[in-house]
Design a protein around this ligand. Sequence first.
Ligand SMILES: *Cc1c(COP(=O)(O)O)cnc(C)c1O
Length: 381
Amino acid sequence: MNNSKIWLSSPHMGGNEQKFINEAFDTNWVAPIGPNVNGFETDLENYLKYPVAIGALSSGTASIHLGLLILGVTNNDEVLVQTKTHSASVNPIIYVGATPIFIDSELETWNLCPIALEKAIIDRIEKGKKPKAIIAVHLYGMPYQIEAVRAVADKYGIPILEDSAEALGSSYKGQKCGTFGDIAILSFNGNKIITTSGGGAIVTKTKALKQKAIFYSTQARDLAPHYQHSEIGYNYRMSNICAGIGRGQMEVLDKHVALRRVMNNFYVNLFKDIIGVTVLTTPNADYFSNYWLTTILIDPMTTNGISRETLRLAFETENIESRPLWKPMHLQPVFEKYPYYGNKVAETLFENGLCLPSGSNLTEEERERISAVIKKVFVGS
Ligand SMILES: *Cc1c(COP(=O)(O)O)cnc(C)c1O
């Protein structure tokens, strides 16, 4: 039997990516400017539907960095961020000289807990400083509690930076993720729902803010024939080659979302009779997840001691990648000195949770291999 590696999530090309790249070569737009960059931005703006103005950048991390700058976050400010996330949600807070304040998850979507969020805001204000921004993340494609988080943010007048790196194609009450924050970001890294090999985007509400982001991303050049600078700039613009891949990927985005959702359903069916394992699914019909990754919780108390490590190692033996859920940021050596507010929900999820192979390109044979491991671990045959 074929034993080639099954990845958690790997690039899945649609077919026209190379056509756009060839056009870039044929017209010599091999630069961080050109028709593919503009075309990709327009494709994204049309896809999100809501009135947005989008700048294509070199990564999701760079987009968060510029998002914080645009929100005016600077030295000694505090930024509230969900602890259960990728380190890239947090690192840019440090880049701008601010302090991350970590917030626990709720159990419904595993994202930012609105109750812990409000407790933290009240406490930070009492301690003398109102936080400057909130970074909320749609982990694994699952929308966070959009309305509850927005209500807290508005009550205290704090802007939201929506980290939609994993949630392109997800929506809440029919409105696309990436349109809920005061600023939002997307990522097109190699393992995301669509990829440009590496890239990201900043989603703003106005053309002026988009221009501001592009200004920062292209070395902050003032209007002058020579190079003239009044502000610190960055080299964060997306290349016209990468944007060509993005244009091709946009043609298949909805198809790939549908395939990821098929994978989620595949796991729901596999685990439905296995006691002690729950597959994370949307809490109600208001939520639509792209199911970028399907995630499960294994409770070793009800599985006779089978833990997420038991399953992870069994997958590893069969050359199948799976991964524990994000380790909370407040437990990371580099961030453990910063404040945390919550009740250890994110910790428990980390201990018992596993991300499963979820690519839109998994074959029937690969699904058989995955299914065989799960049956062997839980049923013993
Ligand atoms: C991938 C990811 C990022 C970073 O995006 P890059 O394009 O890899 O820089 C940020 N936040 C989350 C939640 C991510 O999953």
